[in-house]
Design a protein around this ligand. Structure first.
Ligand code: HEM
Length: 271
């Protein structure tokens, strides 16, 4: 087979591998850092997290465009090429049981965990597509689409209440963080940033420190949501979020005992 008849992916393998590598760091890896840090802001209090969500949602109609350009499409590209790499790669830990081989296998294992976790997480919080029949007939009955931007802290805390959900999130977050931190190390080799054994050793420490820090941030966010008093957060956010105020101006204030229901039911549907 000459170069002109070789499949597209084979002819452009070098460029595709470089784009795959780059997309793992920017924007996907950078987004993971921002996302986990935003979530961890709940440790500062319910209203701080709500304020951060409001800031993001102040992009208004531009938000889906920004999300698709800088998060979903690069992530889909990284995941599709990643699956092709994983399916063609052979783990070799059996023959060479050294740290790098274990890390090589873990990089691929965490890729699968991250893939399934991200699909689950986006369904659980967002519902994938905000189209009415899909949301009402599929997402809600299956327990998805739980996050309400106007009631951010209470709805997220409520969604994360079951212990099994918290466990799934902890595994998903740790796998994604490992994948990013170890990925930065392999990237440095792909791009010739750390070439000598001494430089790679230094990079080991930097990536380990980065991974530990981001793990603390990610798990800190989960801990923060577990400490949220849901009825209190729902009531505070209803009182302080402008969109909710405007919408609910003619409605009676939410009673304390109804607040957890308020977190489940969108403001537009409340009686
Ligand atoms: C949390 C989301 C993700 C982030 C932040 C991320 C980040 C990264 C980074 C920084 C690299 C290193 C690139 C290099 O070695 O040059 C990488 C490698 C890799 N990623 Fe991801 N990734 C994510 C999700 C995924 C998913 C969902 C898959 C597919 C199932 C995937 C598959 C791979 C594979 C196979 C590699 C190794 C490439 C190689 O060794 O040549 N990643 N990732």
């Amino acid at each position: 087979m000459d170069a002109s008849t070789a499949p597209f992916l084979v002819r452009h393998e070098f460029l595709i591998r470089r784009l795959h590598s780059l997309s793992g760091l920017i924007p996907v890896g950078a987004y993971l850092c921002v996302h986990l840090t935003t979530n961890a802001s709940v440790l500062g209090g319910s209203q701080i997290f709500q304020d951060n969500v409001n800031l993001i949602h102040s992009l208004g109609p531009l938000l889906p465009l920004v999300e698709w350009s800088f998060i979903f499409l690069p992530l889909i590209f990284h995941a599709v090429v990643g699956v092709m790499i994983v399916r063609s790669g052979m783990p070799n830990t059996g023959s060479y049981p050294y740290a790098n081989n274990v890390r090589y296998t873990l990089q691929r294992a965490t890729a699968w965990i991250a893939l399934f976790f991200i699909l689950y997480h986006v369904f659980h919080m967002h519902g994938w597509f905000h189209v009415e029949p899909w949301m009402e007939n599929v997402v809600k009955p299956l327990g998805g689409g739980r996050f309400e931007p106007e009631n951010a802290t209470a709805s997220a805390a409520l969604a994360l209440q079951p212990i099994v959900v918290r466990l799934l999130y902890a595994i998903g977050v740790l796998a994604s963080v490992y994948h990013l931190a170890n990925g930065i190390w392999t990237m440095g080799i792909t791009w010739g940033v750390w070439v000598t054994p001494a430089a790679q050793k230094r990079a080991d420490f930097i990536c380990l420190a980065f991974g530990l820090l981001l793990s603390i941030v990610g798990l800190g966010a989960l801990f923060g949501f577990s400490k949220v008093e849901v009825p209190e957060a729902a009531a505070t956010q209803s009182a302080e979020t402008p969109e909710v105020n405007a919408q609910d101006a003619d409605e009676p204030a939410i009673e304390e005992e109804d607040a957890s229901t308020a977190a489940r039911v969108p403001a537009s549907e409340r009686q």
